[in-house]
Design a protein around this ligand. Structure first.
Ligand code: MG
Ligand code: ZN
Length: 232
């Protein structure tokens, strides 16, 4: 027991150093990175498909798909029009910075604007491992129930954006939006929240606007508002 805490700290410390390297690589290439997290079946891949289809004409996109097995999700992202790299974690229930570093090496970052990393479906440990991306985005979904912020506070605390997916199912499922949002507010007051349906398309334009603004903001941060040409 006394030895476990330092070991965990060392693992997370090493991960943080690699995450910083990943961030530097993205910044150098002027790429906005999004770490997309959710439980299995909440709609990560469906959101990626919608996002790629909507933005592929405006932004250069790539997707890194983390799954325990198969390339099903990367295949869907590719079919939607993105460059996609599949990471099979071989049983690990989260992505870490070293896995993402390996995937970044396979991408031509200088010809990308947006990188979406689809984490392994899991509401616990993905929150503990920084990847080097700029934003943590969480998808909750109506059929999961309104108690998830209360049961998985670590995940809700650390995110910059929250999507509530499958709102088309609200009439059929016992999901109290007020209770859910009160739980979120306790953990992460004022977090940007979008209620969407990846099936019907409802609410997605607000999410897409957020993504486009975030990419534009990254360009401003990296190159400055006056410059229009890449300096590196
Ligand atoms: Mg998926
Ligand atoms: Zn894990």
């Amino acid at each position: 027991m006394p030895r476990r805490v330092p070991v965990l700290e060392n693992i997370l410390g090493a991960n943080d150093r690699l995450a910083d390297e990943n961030r530097a690589r993205l910044d150098q290439a002027c790429v906005l990175g999004i770490n997309l997290m959710a439980s299995p079946g909440a709609g990560k891949t469906s959101l990626i498909e919608r996002t790629v289809r909507a933005l592929a004409g405006k932004l250069r996109l790539a997707v890194i798909d983390g799954d325990i097995a198969t390339s099903l999700d990367a295949d869907r992202a590719t079919a939607a029009g993105a460059t996609a790299i599949q990471i099979n974690t071989g049983g690990e229930c989260h992505l870490d910075a070293v896995m993402v570093q390996g995937a970044l090496q396979q991408l031509d970052l200088f010809h990308l604007d947006l990188l979406i990393v689809e984490n392994v479906g899991n509401l616990i440990c993905p929150a503990a491992f920084r990847l080097g991306t700029h934003h943590n985005v969480l998808i909750a979904s109506v059929p999961e129930g309104d108690d998830k912020p209360y049961k998985y506070p670590g995940m809700y605390r650390g995110v910059d954006v929250l999507l509530i997916n499958k709102v088309d199912l609200l009439p059929y499922v016992a999901f109290d939006m007020g209770r859910f949002q009160r739980g979120v507010e306790l953990l992460n007051p004022g977090v940007a929240t979008f209620a969407v349906s990846c099936r019907t398309g409802e609410g997605l334009s607000a999410w897409l606007s957020w993504v486009e603004a975030a990419v534009a903001g990254r360009l401003m941060d990296t190159k400055g508002p006056q410059s229009s040409t890449a300096s590196q």
